[in-house]
Design a protein. Structure first.
Ligand SMILES: Cc1cc2nc3c(=O)[nH]c(=O)nc-3n(C[C@H](O)[C@H](O)[C@H](O)COP(=O)(O)OP(=O)(O)OC[C@H]3O[C@@H](n4cnc5c(N)ncnc54)[C@H](O)[C@@H]3O)c2cc1C
Ligand code: SF4
Lengths: 731, 316
């Protein structure tokens, strides 16, 4: 099915199941330990051996020699796989560095060996016996130092320019030129990357934890140099990914190689201290923002430049993307430059692009509002645009940023906000901050299969993943709505490459795209049902388990009496996204306290007002947004991979050193969804919402800190050491 | 983790004797620190002597005042003890500021005193570290040292001692009671128990080979307002950047010790005497001769300001 004209009225609009707050249908399985995660599939035939991955001890250079003899002789060891005996490997299109290193080492903790043994403990003990002699090369590890050599990119990431930015900025009566930095960050999902692999002849099955089943299948085939049909990838439950599991990672490759060598199923979980350097991370950025305004607060010039680094042939962090679309202004420019660094591979993490981009842009807006003597909500409101500012004949499909901000301000008690440094509560300096939230909506082709059996049970099969987001539930809601049955009549099977290829989970495209695919398959199934019942032409109504056409009606189950009905289809998209800019919007409001003595920052309350099209399930959408807001607090206050610029690695590579918020950091969160339905995006009229919840939060926290202290910090995370000496003397 | 043998000691004396006689032997109590380090092969004992179940899990009054805390008393139980809460509040507050509820249920008094540094380079066996591998160098010097020590450091090591409990015990003038392999016992003032790194950062305490902690003695209650203030990057479940343990009397006199600053809980008795003069005077004396790095120099300011906060709280 192709979606190329705005959606008319359709069965989803009834919203009897879709749009209703619904607890996760997979919840009971999860809380009772019956949802098998990657490492926990006990139905794998044969007793799995355990693989333990060894990471490179240097950032760049070569393995001169690797002595595995002692490890191979160690108790319980079955085999050791390194580059010497792994066979020829390819590389997935989306991987920058090789997933098995050697002899060349491309980054710290790049996998260089996997030890396979009867028990996990034996494999780990033997792994420590491997002796590697390295030839260490010098490398580039400092983004600030490498910035001058950074290069612009082409294509989607090319610089943009409209009007005369330089001229307009130079002549603007009020202007800001400031530089902001965001650090490298680690996804830190709860479940580590983990895989069980088993070969059957020349084909391999991997039970893994991956957000993108179809990508993973293709990339594993490319890496192992086998045909994609020879790979089955199963990933029904995922303990968080946040972008860290979008791509094929070393756990899958090492488990596959280990299993091939050991001729047995092998399970591998990356040990936590390996993950930050072995897998991908969000690259650090340096961002320069220039804004020029007329005295009445209209933006006349806006420019955003960003520098980030990556391994050779890696991608940049697209931190300026939102600046092309968020605010009006006739003269504008963006530019992104990429430096070559020898740190581990940078890639997508939690709203890549917009999350770090808004951390900078939305502080700049706060600074500019102050220069203008204008309320920061008002400043954003008067610079709203309903069209793509670079292409004014291209409207937004739906844009309610202003309502998000104004509604939010009312609910949050924004009018009580005072000038910086004016609000006290005992030893706490108290401040409020606001930021706009913006994240593009992306649609991906997504397919599904829907079955109806003689007892009226509906089964949906798609390789869509549920990374803790609630996909199982919204897919069941979609099928239930389309076929007029209660939720209990629908079962959902996800995350198996044997099923039709779905959008997968990433870029907040999963919910809308995957349910649209289910919608398409259900439309087809409805036709089959009507045909099977012999109801002929006319509009069919599916409700309460019955099907009605004109004055004829029958039980839905009746249609499958002679045999199961199976319908499969995909939703594909025309050029509506070209004609209409499709984005999601929000307003984030944060109140913080800053300890006057110690400079500690503690968030006191948060509010997000989101405009993200139809909300398919307010319960799971809220979970997404509060989780994202929590990540935003992490990014604002504590998350930072510390770079050792001598050895070239992230030093704090475990969860003791890399801090993310704990419960006590997040006292009170409120989420409001505007009642929207966007007919230009899909028949579901929904858009993504998860990542929106993160975009802008960091800046809202930063702005609240400024409002509390009067000290502006432009380098994240805003740890107490950055403002401590400016908080005024205490005796 | 290297393979190891394991036994349960029959008595404290037996444990100490065996520890001295068996090469590569270590005591294990709650295991919350030792096991983690063994998994990473930072610690590689070949024999573990389990000291649980030897009756060292009691808190008893000492004749003439004071409390004797068994080496195996769990952090949770110690923090909750009514006598501790009433008369040694700084200790309860320090304990509950540490780790998590689950960990405190396992962690013991002796184990807590003997927990090892959280220097990130100590935890990465690919990195040079004089504490982990004497003579290999110190990767933290010139590297990421934001959490590390600012005073009492050496060219060999700038690690901190991460315990919260020990800082409170330092301000309470506790003493660590031990048994030696020959069965003799001694009491080591907490001030002398932890060592500065010097040229042998691998040697962290005054304990001799095989010597085992049997208890910690707290002197008579000293009165005053007990405060433990732990400053960290998040609200809970993180090691201190700086912590302040203080007992402050109504007249402004008292005692103060710092955590997160040095290889041991940091207290200078002459600085205590300056408490009535305010935080700056105290900090100046306490931190005289500090040797911070660029990324942890803030700890000096932070310590002074946190002392100020504590003094203000005591007055309030
Ligand atoms: C995630 C995490 C967070 C933490 N956060 C904090 C924190 O915020 N603040 C804090 O203070 N601590 C913190 N800790 C550390 C925790 O307090 C220690 O791990 C714990 O106190 C150690 O006690 P244990 O009984 O488990 O020691 P074990 O691990 O059993 O032993 C530790 C050491 O003591 C030796 N030992 C044990 N008993 C004796 C004895 N009787 N005589 C001689 N030697 C002995 C052992 O041989 C070993 O070397 C944290 C730990 C973890 C894992
Ligand atoms: S500071 Fe001490 S513990 Fe850390 S690397 Fe240096 S020697 Fe090792």
């Amino acid at each position: 099915m192709k979606f190329d004209t705005p959606a008319g009225t359709n069965p989803i609009d009834r919203m009897r199941v879709v749009g209703q707050p619904t607890a996760r249908i997979d919840g009971p399985l999860k809380v009772s330990g019956k949802a098998p995660y990657a490492y926990e599939h006990h139905d794998v035939p044969g007793k799995p051996a355990y693989g333990y991955v060894v990471g490179a001890a240097i950032a760049k250079g070569a393995i001169r020699s690797i002595d595995t003899a002692q490890a191979e002789r160690a108790p319980g060891v079955i085999t050791v796989v390194t580059h010497r005996n792994a066979g020829k490997l390819g590389k997935g299109r989306m991987n920058t560095a090789n997933l098995l290193g050697g002899p060349r080492v491309e980054h710290y903790h790049q996998a260089i060996a996997v030890v396979v043994a009867e028990t996990f403990e034996q494999a780990r003990a033997a792994a420590a016996m491997i002796d590697v002699d390295y030839a260490r090369d010098g490398g580039t590890f400092d983004l600030a130092a490498a910035k001058t050599g950074a290069a612009e990119q082409g294509g989607e990431n090319a610089p943009t320019a409209v009007g005369d930015f330089e001229g307009a900025f130079a002549s603007a009566p009020v202007k800001l030129d400031a530089t902001y930095t965001t650090p490298d960050q680690s996804h830190s999902m709860m479940e580590p990357h983990a895989t069980i692999a088993q070969w059957d002849g020349d084909g391999v099955t991997v039970w893994t934890s991956n957000q993108m089943v179809a990508w993973g299948k293709k990339e594993l085939a490319a890496t192992l140099q086998i045909a994609p049909e020879k790979v089955r990838l199963v990933s029904p439950y995922i303990g968080g990914g946040f972008g860290g599991k979008l791509f094929l990672r070393s756990d899958v490759v090492m488990a596959s190689l280990a299993s091939r060598a050991a001729k047995r199923p092998v399970k591998v979980a990356l040990q936590r201290p390996l993950i930050p350097n072995n897998t991908t991370h969000r690259p650090a950025t340096i961002q320069r923002i220039r804004v020029g305004c007329s005295r009445d607060g209209k933006i006349t010039a806006i420019g955003h430049e960003s520098w980030s680094g990556n391994l050779p042939d890696g991608d940049l962090e697209t931190a300026t993307m939102q600046t092309k679309l968020l605010y009006a202004g006739p003269n504008r420019m963006t530019a992104m430059r990429l430096a070559v660094l020898d740190l581990p591979e940078g890639n997508a993490m939690r709203a890549p692009g917009e999350a770090p981009g808004l951390m900078a842009l939305e502080i700049a807006m706060d600074e500019m509002a102050e220069k203008l003597g204008m309320d920061p909500v008002k400043f954003r409101v008067i610079n709203d645009t309903q069209v793509d500012p670079e292409k004014p004949d291209r409207p937004f499909s739906q844009r309610n940023l202003v309502r998000c901000l104004e509604d939010g301000a009312k609910r949050f008690g924004w009018s009580r906000r005072k000038a910086p440094g004016q609000t006290r509560d005992g030893r706490w300096l108290v401040g409020m901050g606001v930021a706009a939230a913006f994240r593009n909506n992306l649609n991906q082709k997504s397919a599904a299969r829907v079955r109806l059996n003689a007892s009226g049970q509906v089964t949906v099969e798609t390789d869509m993943t549920d990374i803790g987001t609630g996909s199982y539930t919204i897919i069941a809601q979609t099928a239930a709505e389309m076929l007029g049955v209660p939720l209990a009549k629908v079962s959902v099977k996800l995350g198996d490459s044997a099923f039709p290829a779905a959008a997968g989970s990433g870029g907040q495209w999963g919910a809308n795209s995957s349910t649209a695919g289910v919608y398409a398959a259900c439309v087809k199934l409805r036709e089959q049902v009507v045909q099977s019942l012999g109801f002929g032409q006319g509009e069919a109504t599916f409700e309460n388990g019955t099907v009605r056409v004109g004055n004829r009606s029958a039980d839905l189950a009746q249609a499958a009496k002679a045999g199961e009905l199976i319908a499969e289809d995909a939703m594909e998209y025309g050029d509506l996204a070209k004609k209409f800019q499709q984005s999601t919007f929000g307003g984030h409001f944060v109140e913080v306290g800053v300890d006057r003595y110690t400079g500690e920052v503690r968030v006191r309350r948060m509010l997000a007002v989101c405009a993200a099209g139809r909300i398919l399930n307010p319960t799971s959408a809220r979970s997404q947004v509060i989780g994202a807001m929590t990540m935003g607090v992490g990014g604002a206050l504590m998350e930072e991979l510390a770079v050792d610029k001598r050895f070239g690695f992230f030093v704090n590579h475990d969860l003791a050193g890399y801090e993310v918020p704990v419960h006590m950091d997040i006292p009170h969160q409120e989420v409001v969804f505007l009642d929207e339905a966007d007919d230009k995006v899909s028949p579901m009229k929904a858009k993504g919402v998860g990542e929106l919840g993160l975009c802008g939060v960091g800046a809202a926290v930063a702005n609240a800190i400024y409002n509390a202290t009067g000290v502006r910090i432009r380098d994240y995370p805003i740890t107490l050491d950055k403002h401590l000496d400016k908080l005024g003397d205490v005796a | 983790m290297r393979p190891f043998t394991y036994e349960r000691a029959a008595s404290a004396r037996d444990a100490a004797a065996k520890a001295a006689a068996t090469p590569g032997a270590r005591f294990i109590a709650g295991g919350t620190n030792l096991l983690d380090l063994m998994k990473l092969e930072i610690e590689t004992p070949t024999h573990l002597i389990d000291v649980n179940g030897l009756g060292m899990d009691k808190i008893e009054p000492i004749d003439g005042g004071g409390l004797r805390i068994g080496a195996l008393v769990r952090n949770t139980d110690l923090a909750a003890d009514a006598r501790v809460r009433k008369s040694y509040g700084v200790l309860t507050r320090a304990l509950v500021a540490g780790a998590s509820g689950q960990l405190r249920n396992k962690a013991t008094t002796a184990g807590n005193l003997l927990q090892r540094t959280r220097c990130p380079y100590f935890y990465d066996v690919n990195m040079p570290c004089n504490k982990r591998k004497p003579g290999s160098g110190c990767a933290a010097i010139g590297g990421f040292s934001r959490q590390l020590a600012v005073i009492g450091t050496s060219d060999a090591c700038i690690a901190t001692h991460p315990s919260d409990m020990a800082v409170a015990m330092r301000v309470l003038d506790a003493s660590v009671e031990t048994i030696r392999p020959d069965g003799t016992t001694r009491a080591i003032p907490i001030a002398d128990f932890h060592l500065l790194p010097g040229s042998t950062p691998q040697k962290e305490t005054a304990l001799d080979k095989g010597e085992m902690i049997i208890s910690v003695a707290l002197p008579k209650p000293r009165g005053g307002t007990h405060i433990y203030r732990k400053v960290r990057d998040r609200a809970s479940y993180a090691f201190a950047l700086v912590s302040v343990a203080a007992v402050i009397n109504r007249d402004g006199t008292g005692a103060v010790a710092l955590g997160g600053m040095a290889h041991k809980p940091w207290r200078v008795e002459e600085a205590d005497a300056l408490l009535p003069k305010g935080s700056k005077a105290v900090a100046e004396r306490l931190l005289a001769g500090a040797t911070p790095r660029e990324d942890n120099a803030f700890k000096l300011t932070l310590a002074q300001r946190t002392i100020a906060s504590v003094i203000a709280e005591a007055k309030a």
